[in-house]
Design a protein around this ligand. Structure first.
Ligand code: NAG
Ligand code: NAG
Ligand code: NAG
Ligand code: NAG
Length: 561
């Protein structure tokens, strides 16, 4: 269970989610939920439906006495023997005869003959013949696992992902999600299909401004961003008369008119290029909003302009490097990402944000030792930044876990409690500690932590989602969990995390149509191709399950985990 929600409950904000980390298990999430939601009812539906291809021994009657069915079985046995000796063409000839003579009312046997001929075609790599024969076998026997699996394999080879997925989903359902190779195939196919759908959808993606909370969380993840600090300064007079350019953008930020920010920054950047006081600031702010809206190419362009201009304040340049690194991370350019951090370390060896953000990347790359070093450095440089402080503790926790060192684990728990005393106003401490407590199965205290975090930030949707996940794990309280996740959506209609997580819960309780709707909602809000790929994989898994269960006339399993 601990790894089940590995991607959605990662302790770091969405924009930090790494390439490939936990991707395999994340993609299988829908499957996983369904698998663990298996109930006796589900088992009984399928008991004894599996189809055997075992040879049916033909008798010793003389040919004249044989019925056509008996002769068909004889041809089949002959085909099987030839198949075993690697004589596939000859085996096909025998199966041809078996099929030709077999009475149509012997549907099960006839379907076996087709399936066996498909196996011979498979050996000859004649994929379209494999698919045709499997289809005939399945038509005669819709729950014929072997034929479904063989057709899935052929369809995977010819990259017919969509149909392949339906076949392999069917096999997974029929085998109660016990068949490892089928599950792995499902994961592979979902990944391919998700990627294809995401690439399509990115072309027509609508630009959506994220919610206020999301924007605030983003800016608060930097402790030494001079532009972010200017935005938060209140009381500084903005000047007289109608504001223009960067100052107008600043006012727009303060009054949450986020749509005005990019145009105002552009106004500043385009106006008096030589003597404007706020070019670097405007480029940085515009880049942040391009990024927040998922316009990565535009953001990289502005950040690069900042990075390459040695006249700009080095703190703004270091911050631009961190922001560009984070975009590279999300576009699966790991090398460029790490290069930007190298440059940032050279340029700003005293800036804690560099180490804090690189620590997150290292943690996601499973380089726990390097992550700890980075976090330690960040905390040394800036001991009063709570987010880096508790994330360091989280990396210590991962380290203690790796070393299986109980003493270190206990010490780590103590340190978390001290951190909460030290930074009682930082919801991040409570939420991270709650996740550690959840992993340690200390559910009650974890729940306390979420409640405290919610007291501090009653309108933070993502805390409600985390708390909902806890209820699921702790008490298998699906109703309670759904209630909290619904609440998150009420608070923040743009909370992708809530739609995604609730979607997986709805898959688990068999509400596939609702789940698909929720995944679609999350897809609309996704900002990167990587996020979309993951979400499409979840949605496609649910869609396929819906199709297959409907066509097989079964219901999805009820009940809990
Ligand atoms: C998975 O299912 C297929 C089709 O029934 C079967 O041929 C294969 O042996 C199974 N594999 C495992 C590992 O159970
Ligand atoms: C919301 O809570 C999360 C913890 O889940 C925290 O990281 C984030 O900073 C919070 N956002 C705001 C705006 O308080
Ligand atoms: C700002 O300048 C850029 C480059 O010089 C140009 O492409 C763009 O159209 C200008 N935008 C506005 C709003 O003037
Ligand atoms: C970093 O901080 C140390 C100690 O405060 C100082 O001596 C050094 O000059 C600083 N380096 C930079 C590049 O700011």
């Amino acid at each position: 269970m601990a790894s089940s929600s590995s991607s959605s409950s990662t302790p770091f904000p969405k924009w930090q989610i790494a390439v490939g980390v936990g991707a395999a298990s994340a993609i299988g999430l829908s499957y996983w939920y369904l698998k663990s939601g298996r109930s006796p009812l589900f088992n009984s539906i399928f008991r004894g439906t599996s189809q055997e291809t075992n040879d049916i021994q033909s008798g010793t009657k003389s040919e004249a006495d044989e019925t056509p069915f008996e002769r068909a079985q004889k041809f089949k046995a002959e085909g099987n023997a030839l198949f075993k000796n690697g004589k596939y063409d000859e085996a096909i000839q025998s199966y041809n005869k078996a099929i030709a003579i077999c009475p149509p009312e012997q549907a099960n046997d006839l379907s076996t003959f087709f399936q066996n001929r498909a196996a011979a075609y498979e050996q000859l790599k004649k994929w379209s013949a494999v698919i045709t024969d499997c289809s005939k076998a399945i038509e005669l026997n819709p729950k014929y696992e072997k034929a479904l699996y063989r057709r899935a394999k052929a369809r995977e080879i010819i990259k017919d992902w969509e149909n392949c997925l339906d076949d392999v989903t069917c096999v997974c359902l029929l085998q109660n999600f016990q068949n490892q190779s089928a599950l792995l195939m499902a994961d592979r196919v979902l990944k391919e299909l998700g990627k294809a759908h995401a690439q399509e959808a990115m072309k027509t993606r609508k630009i959506i401004m994220p919610s206020k909370n999301f924007i605030k969380t983003y800016f608060s993840s930097f402790s030494e961003d001079p532009v972010g600090q200017m935005l938060l300064e209140v009381g500084q007079p903005l000047g007289q008369g109608e504001l223009k350019g960067f100052l107008k953008a600043k006012l727009a930020f303060a009054t949450e008119k986020y749509e005005e920010i990019v145009p105002s920054c552009t106004e500043e950047i385009n106006s008096s290029e030589s003597d404007s006081a706020y070019i670097a600031e405007s480029l940085s702010l515009r880049a942040s909003f391009y990024f927040l809206c998922g316009q990565f190419a535009e953001a990289v362009e502005d950040l690069t302009t900042i990075i390459e201009n040695e006249d700009y304040d080095y703190k703004i340049r270091v911050n631009a490097l961190i922001k560009r690194a984070s975009i590279y991370m999300q576009t699966e350019k790991l090398e460029e990402c790490l290069n930007d951090y190298e440059t940032a370390v050279e340029l700003g060896p005293n800036i804690s944000d560099v180490f804090h953000h690189r620590g997150q990347v290292k943690l996601l790359m499973d380089k726990t030792d390097e992550a700890r070093e980075d976090f330690q450095k960040a905390v040394t440089l800036n001991p009063n930044f709570p987010i880096a402080y508790v994330q360091k503790l989280y990396s210590d926790y991962r380290y203690a876990l790796q070393k299986q060192d109980v003493g270190l684990l206990m010490e780590n728990m103590d340190n978390f409690r001290k951190a909460i005393d030290k930074f009682p106003d930082c919801s991040e401490s409570y939420v991270l500690f709650a996740q550690v407590l959840t992993e340690r199965q200390n559910f009650e205290e974890a729940n306390d932590m979420y409640e405290k975090a919610l007291k501090l930030n009653p309108d933070n949707a993502s805390i409600f989602v985390h708390n909902g996940l806890l209820l699921l794990q702790w008490k298998n309280d699906i109703e309670g969990s759904v209630r909290l996740m619904r609440k998150a959506i009420d608070l923040d209609k743009k909370c992708e995390f809530a739609y995604e997580t609730l979607g997986t819960v709805e898959v688990q309780r068999g509400n596939l149509i609702l789940a698909i709707e929720l995944f679609n909602k999350a897809i609309e809000l996704a900002r990167s191709e990587m996020e979309m790929t993951h979400l499409f994989s979840l949605r496609d898994a649910a869609t396929s399950q819906l199709k297959v269960t409907t066509s097989l006339g079964i219901t999805t399993p009820l009940g809990g985990m």
